[in-house]
Design a protein around this ligand. Structure first.
Ligand code: 2AM
Length: 566
């Protein structure tokens, strides 16, 4: 039997119904919602100018129609190491692959989103742009490659898009005056948003790893359980949603930067119509931990250092990757001194952006609270600790408030039919949303079974929420628990090894309609788990590698294989 036999309950496709015939199609691929938000904004602008727009998430795009398309706009993000968002994977593979049609009649434009602190910055946008051209399509207007400060590139790109549409297409008068329908799964009534965050009180903030004297040097990861109050905010979330956190940079680090640069923190700097003291810019408005390539280029022009220029040389990719991954602004300034004026600094550093954390609680179980499971990112530079911006902000906050908002994630949802089984794969902090899933299913009395795969270095120090899982097993809220403690024996054991061991059963669960969820590390874990799932489907379903790949893609399209990876 095929795995796709079960009726689909994928979340609603996010197409906007227009009352005028579509003249152009916007396709987006989005992991954390940025590409989606920008595709929607572009669609609204084009509709406002009278154009008929069809807006589709990439996995809802009928690939068969590509050859009939005349005007196509793609807004697509690139994940960490150069991967597409999950919802765009099939779209990107199809266009890259042998089955892609020739597209002589197509005009297309691509807006890529990415993070220039990764070497594969905007790789997916670039690949699509090049491949569509190779297929004979005409580049309608030039690609945009947007960094974390998306609007710097997106806003002028939208203006170009609008002008291009006016050139190539005739605005249509709407056939009826019906307001376009925007079917969003959850719309919060709250006035608190990304740009107007809610100050959430801190109810609890405790370390949940390395209890007792068991902390070993190989297992020194500090993971914290944080409980925030949403009381009075009107903020609503579903299991699978994330909490956006606006961090504040550490005062000590800001002071160290000011001292190193010999700049006055009280000097008021005006940029983008905002006038703030430099100290405030560096504390709450600018990214001072992760370096970006544009900044490094500007720094090279000021530093006059042959050694630094060598790191940026095209043939030295490894040195650049190492610098981006392991050094912060303060390290750069100390190792390669240069003069920056306050104005230049504010103009060149990237805006601070919020960080997203998968919510670890169900509102049904905890009321007006949101719980987080946060790994405190810490590493040493010459015996000096360096921290991740938001995780350190959260770790060091135990009084006061945290500016937060809800980021909905329609792609990571429990099955609507609660008699369906779920298989939850969440090593490390990846377990967070599954605590929410299990709480939710227990509260709503779901009849489907819950199977959790969890892994971490050591059972004695890193078994996150151990007591809760054991209680859930006893009460029947959790049906199966498989554990992979990687360093409790002389060879590594990971969640994917447990998946393989349980392959036959896992395949049975899938055959009877179970959904698969993966949360956690994107660069290694999610890829290895993906490979294990393909093996399991091939082995236990008697399928070729290609057929197993198609089956897993099918599950993904049906919303039965969802990932929340970072
Ligand atoms: P390790 O650090 O002992 O190698 C959470 O971080 C858990 O995920 C840890 O037990 C970690 O093991 C493990 N892990 C590391 N790499 C992994 C991979 N490629 N796949 C699955 N788990 C991995």
């Amino acid at each position: 039997a095929g795995l796709a036999a079960v009726s689909s309950d994928a979340t609603a496709t996010v197409s906007i119904e227009t009352v005028i015939a579509p003249q152009l199609t916007i396709v987006y691929g989005s992991q954390t919602g940025n590409a989606k938000r920008h595709a929607e904004a572009l669609s609204t602008q084009l509709e406002g100018a009278g154009f008929g727009v069809r807006l589709l998430r990439a996995d809802a795009y009928p690939l068969r129609e590509l050859k009939n398309e005349r005007h196509l706009v793609v807004v697509v993000s690139t994940q960490g190491d150069g991967d597409p968002s999950d919802d765009a994977r099939a779209f990107v593979e199809f266009i890259a692959g042998k089955r892609a049609p020739k597209l002589p009649d197509l005009h297309y434009a691509v807006l890529g989103l990415g993070d220039s602190s990764y070497p594969q910055f905007c790789a997916i946008g670039r690949q699509l742009d090049e491949r569509l051209s190779e297929l004979g399509a005409t580049r309608w207007f030039a690609r945009g490659d947007a960094d974390l400060d998306i609007d710097t590139v997106a806003t002028p790109w939208f203006i170009t898009a609008l002008a291009a549409a006016k050139d190539a297409l005739k605005p249509q008068v709407p056939l009826a005056t019906v307001t376009p329908l925007r079917p969003h799964a959850q719309q919060t009534a709250s006035t608190y948003t990304r740009d107007n965050p809610f100050p959430a009180g801190i109810l609890a903030n405790q370390c949940i790893t390395g209890r007792g004297n068991h902390r070993t040097p190989s297992s020194d990861k500090e993971i914290r359980h944080i409980e925030l109050s949403l009381e009075g905010s009107g903020l609503k979330y579903e299991p699978g949603d994330a909490l956006g956190v606006w961090p504040v940079n550490p005062p000590k680090l800001v002071a160290a930067l000011l001292a190193t640069l010999q700049l006055d923190g009280d000097a008021v700097i005006t940029h983008d119509t905002q006038a703030l003291p430099l100290r405030e810019w560096l504390s709450t408005k600018r990214e001072i931990t992760r370096l970006s390539r544009p900044f490094l280029t500007q720094h090279a022009a000021r530093a006059n250092s042959a050694a630094f220029d060598a790191i940026l040389a095209p043939d030295n990719a490894a040195a650049l990757t190492d610098l981006l991954a392991n050094r912060q602004l303060i390290d750069l300034l100390r190792e390669f001194p240069a003069t920056w004026t306050a104005d230049e600094l504010v103009a060149t550093l990237r805006p601070l952006t919020p960080r997203l954390y998968s919510i670890a609680s169900s509102a049904k179980a905890v009321g007006e609270e949101a719980h987080l499971t946060v790994a405190h990112v810490e590493y040493m530079v010459d015996d000096d600790p360096r921290w991740g911006t938001a995780s350190n902000f959260l770790a060091r906050s135990d009084e006061g408030t945290i500016p937060v908002f809800i980021e909905h994630n329609d792609r990571f949802r429990l099955p609507k039919d609660d008699s369906r089984d779920v298989i939850l794969i969440g090593p490390g902090t990846g377990v967070a949303p599954f605590r929410a899933f299990v709480q939710e299913r227990a509260k709503s009395g779901a009849s489907g079974r819950n199977w959790l795969f969890f892994g971490n270095p050591h059972a004695h120090s890193d078994f996150l929420y151990q007591v809760e899982w054991q209680d859930a097993l006893k009460s029947g809220a959790l049906h199966r628990l498989d554990l992979a403690f990687s360093r409790d024996q002389d060879h590594k054991i990971y969640v994917q090894d447990r998946l393989r061991e349980r392959g036959a059963e896992l395949y049975d669960w899938l055959k009877s309609g179970a959904s698969l969820y993966v949360c956690g590390d994107a660069t290694r874990m999610a890829k290895d788990v993906h490979a294990a799932l393909l093996d399991i489907i091939a082995t236990h379903g008697g399928k070729s590698a290609d057929a197993a790949n198609d089956a897993l893609n099918d599950l993904q399209t049906q919303g039965r294989y969802a990932r929340d990876v970072y």
